[in-house]
Design a protein around this ligand. Structure first.
Ligand SMILES: [Zn+2]
Ligand SMILES: [Zn+2]
Length: 352
């Protein structure tokens, strides 16, 4: 009898919850949204991070479809400086979802003009504009062709920029802030402000030329970004003694499976593309060799090809990279945060 009473009370409670699901859902949503909207994952010491060089991986994938990874995207924070390096599809929007505000974005650097590094830059422009009421265009800096890319973005978003100002007003989205200011640069120092210095160096991504890697230094800490490149002595030279080498990586033995599948399905042209990509990327083992030559503190692999749907595949992806480089090797994932505190040799890892 008592048990029947409990069952009836349980059913009544379930029915009540079901009956009131709309107001309950609304209350839960509002409580959660109030807590999450407007949070700032970059706020000083919000997460206990000290001053230093911080890399936030917002896109660690490639054009190969990967539900886990956006295309190339890396946000760099150093003191009050905030730079985006590349903005492929989906990367910048991930930052918004993680509560990383871009109102303070100082500029965008791009490694090269392949679409998977530049086709998602629109949201960076919008987030910086709406986040800061910027009146000046956002610097977009990179190899030859970057100014043309900026002009193209400005043309594409010309109508949108006008709509935003007309709708929200000059105080929120002022005229002039919804545009890029493009600048073509050569190898050498391309950014030097607030203690953050960025030096571009040419890498080997032929026939895409020029293509850059970047060396970042801030308060004695150094990270080197390879960009897209075949295994290149230029990366080893630029990474000499760096705390961190962020290198692209493609594992041909795994890509071969995709090639065979496409060929068997009669998709000869797409199969050929998966063969062509092998000659202008770097294997994890080659990246490990470069890390060893350069004597870096840590190797982080990104631009991961092919997609790795499970961590169980990491060993197959790395091959014998671990035997070639004695230091730590990480496979980056979207949301990875690496912090290099000033005055220390440590690399602290976190995730958004
Ligand atoms: Zn790429
Ligand atoms: Zn590329």
């Amino acid at each position: 009898m008592r048990r029947l009473g409990i069952i009836i009370a349980g059913l009544a409670l379930a029915a009540g919850l079901w009956w009131f699901r709309a107001p309950l859902g609304e209350a839960a949503y509002i409580a959660l949204a109030q807590q999450r909207a407007g949070r700032n994952a970059l706020a000083p010491n919000s997460d206990g991070r000290s001053d230093g060089l911080t890399l936030i991986f917002c896109g660690t994938g490639t054009p190969l479809p990967d539900p886990e990874r956006a295309e190339s995207c890396l946000l760099v924070q150093a003191g009050t400086s905030l730079l985006l390096i590349d903005g492929g599809d989906g990367g910048v929007r991930k930052l918004a979802g993680w509560g990383v505000p871009l109102g303070g974005l100082d500029g965008v650097l791009i490694t090269h003009l392949h679409s998977d590094h530049v086709e998602g830059l629109g949201p960076a422009l919008l987030m910086r504009w709406t986040g800061s009421a910027a009146r000046t265009p956002l610097p977009l800096i990179g190899p030859a062709g970057t100014a043309r890319l900026a002009a193209g973005y400005n043309e594409m978003l010309h109508a949108d920029a006008g709509y935003r100002t007309a709708h929200h007003g000059e105080a929120i989205t002022p005229t002039g802030g919804g545009q890029f200011a493009g600048r073509d640069v050569g190898p050498g120092v391309v950014w030097n402000a607030g203690g953050l210095m960025v030096t571009a160096f040419a890498v080997d991504h032929a026939p895409i030329a020029p293509a850059f890697g970047y060396r970042l230094t801030y308060k004695g800490r150094t990270a080197v970004i390879s960009g897209d490149t075949a295994a290149s002595p230029a990366v080893a030279a630029a990474a000499k003694g760096a705390d961190l080498l962020v290198h692209e990586a493609l594992q041909p033995r795994l890509v071969a499976g995709i090639t065979r599948g496409l060929a068997a399905a009669g998709q000869a042209r797409t199969a050929q593309i998966t063969r062509d990509i092998l000659n202008y990327h770097t294997t994890p083992e080659q990246a490990a060799d470069i890390a060893a030559q350069a004597k870096v503190g840590m190797l982080v692999l990104t631009h991961i090809a092919p997609p790795l749907p499970s961590r169980l595949l990491h060993a197959a992806f790395l091959g014998d990279a671990g035997a070639r480089f004695a230091g730590p090797i990480r496979i980056a994932h979207d949301g990875l945060v690496l912090h290099l505190p000033a005055g220390s040799a440590a690399v602290e890892a976190d995730a958004l």
